[in-house]
Design a protein around this ligand. Structure first.
Ligand SMILES: [Zn+2]
Length: 470
């Protein structure tokens, strides 16, 4: 039996085990780890984890310990005058000595496969039981029992935290590959700090806004080859601090379909367009932006909507410039993967959008387009379609705009709650397709007032309507 295995279920333990594996090598799996390996990791890692001490010459060192393990940990103990790293190493080696192989069952809350032989408080596990302070401990106990092997993994988990404005982001997932790629990114940075002999602490990509930070991390993760699109990785991001009187915890959930879509969106063929869609989600005055630092921590509504299960369809439309962001293919990927829209519905809407575009072009005016853009209710939207049907008859178009079946099945499918008829979604999809087909023509004809050369493609917040379906 091994000491560890993949995905034992406790986020801190899994993070630590993943960090240990990555430190030992890209192909090392938890089941292979021996006590010799653990001693090697401790010997190599403890010098890097030496806490920052301004009294030391050429002071550098890990700065985050107080926010991770509070002030009575060997690495942070203020009354301790000697070598804190040596005390830390002693603690880790004693955990290794007491680490047993996995058994069938046990009462350790980390693995459930060994009995607990170490009682840990919030100095040993972030956010775990301290008696009088507000905390996140189970069953009102002052601490919780872990086995030595899990206690060791937790101590090494900060190697794979990403700092986020005084807090830390930690990933947990049903996908071991996702955990590995996240860990590789964090640990790669720690190794680089070591090489440059300028250790500062946990990987810090500079995102104080944890939502934006976690999307930055997903973008980095999909660059690793392991993350193939067929893997279903749902992810929980724990954003926490264990600092003194003010411990905090916020949990973000990224569903598997969203991550699957992101893997397409970050691919080279869609990357530029997806970048434009992301930029349009920031609440920021673009005329005042000089560098990425001016907006990277601002609220991004595309990210927020993706995390909260709300539609981002509206961000695919640049209404002022009457131009799509991205193409129909990228939009279809989003609608199919994340919104589970049926392919037949998408194809019908695309076909109707093409016919409307043709009708508008033949008319030589943008009147119908303007009416569709301004439709504020299901009835108004339906009336515009009726005008277009009449106009097409006048133009002598042989085929109908759509059949009655198309109308009730694909354009405005009936759902139980009439108030929630997805007319706005259908209208936005039609507009997207019309813009895609007609943008250049609209510009040539002078039907676009907004001059893109004078402003960022990412326009202001006011033009994007609420994106709820009703
Ligand atoms: Zn355990």
């Amino acid at each position: 039996m091994a000491i560890y295995e993949k995905l034992m279920g406790n986020p801190f333990v899994d993070a630590g085990v993943c960090g240990i594996c990555e430190w030992l090598g890209r192909s090392v799996q938890p089941e292979q780890i021996t006590t010799d390996d653990l001693e090697k990791v401790v010997a190599e890692v403890v010098p890097i984890m030496q806490p920052f001490d301004k009294k030391r010459p050429q002071a550098h060192g890990w700065r985050n310990w107080v926010s991770i393990f509070t002030t009575n940990h060997p690495l942070t103990n203020p009354s301790k005058k000697g070598d804190r790293a040596a005390d830390f190493k002693e603690m880790l080696l004693s955990h290794i000595t007491n680490a047993e192989n996995l058994g069938q069952s046990g009462d350790c809350v980390g693995c459930g496969r060994r009995d607990a032989n170490t009682w840990l408080f919030r100095t040993g596990v972030p956010l775990t039981g301290s008696g009088t302070l507000r905390n996140f401990f189970p069953t009102f106990a002052e601490g919780v029992g872990y086995c030595a092997a899990c206690a060791l993994a937790i101590q090494l988990s900060p190697l794979v935290f990403a700092a986020s404005g005084g807090r830390f982001l930690m990933l947990h997932s049903n996908s071991w590959k996702a955990l590995r790629t996240w860990s590789r990114k964090c640990l790669g940075d720690v190794r680089a700090q070591q090489l440059q002999q300028e250790v500062t602490g946990c990987f810090n990509p500079g995102y104080a806004n944890p939502r934006n930070g976690l999307f930055y991390m997903t973008q980095e993760m999909v660059q690793f080859q392991e993350m193939r699109p067929d893997e279903d990785a749902s992810m929980q991001f724990y954003c926490f601090t264990n600092f003194g009187q003010k411990p905090e915890l916020e949990i973000f959930h990224l569903p598997a379909p969203v991550f699957r879509f992101l893997r397409f969106a970050y691919q080279s063929e869609f990357k530029t367009d997806w970048g434009k869609i992301i930029l349009s989600g920031y609440l920021v005055n673009w005329t005042k932006v000089k560098t990425e630092e001016d907006y990277k921590n601002r609220i991004n509504r595309v990210y927020e909507n993706l995390l909260e299960g709300r539609s981002i369809l509206g961000f695919f439309l640049n209404r002022r410039a009457r131009k799509p962001r991205g193409n129909w293919e990228l939009l279809s990927l989003y609608l199919k993967e994340v919104r589970t829209m049926e392919k037949s519905r998408l194809e019908k809407i695309k076909q109707v959008g093409d016919l409307i575009a043709e009708c508008i072009r033949k008319s030589g005016r943008d009147r119908r387009l303007l009416q569709l853009e301004r439709a504020k209710s299901y009835e108004a939207c339906r009336n515009v379609l009726l005008y277009i049907i009449r106009e097409r008859i006048r133009q002598g178009s042989p085929e109908p705009l759509f059949s009655l079946d198309d109308y009730v099945e694909h354009l405005f499918p009936e759902i139980d709650d009439f108030a929630a008829t997805p007319w706005r979604e259908t209208r936005d999809l039609l507009l997207f397709r019309i813009y895609e087909m007609l943008h250049n023509w609209l510009q040539e004809q002078g039907f676009v007032d907004f001059d893109e050369d004078n402003a960022s493609d990412a326009d202001d917040a006011s033009e994007t309507e609420p994106t709820e379906e009703n």
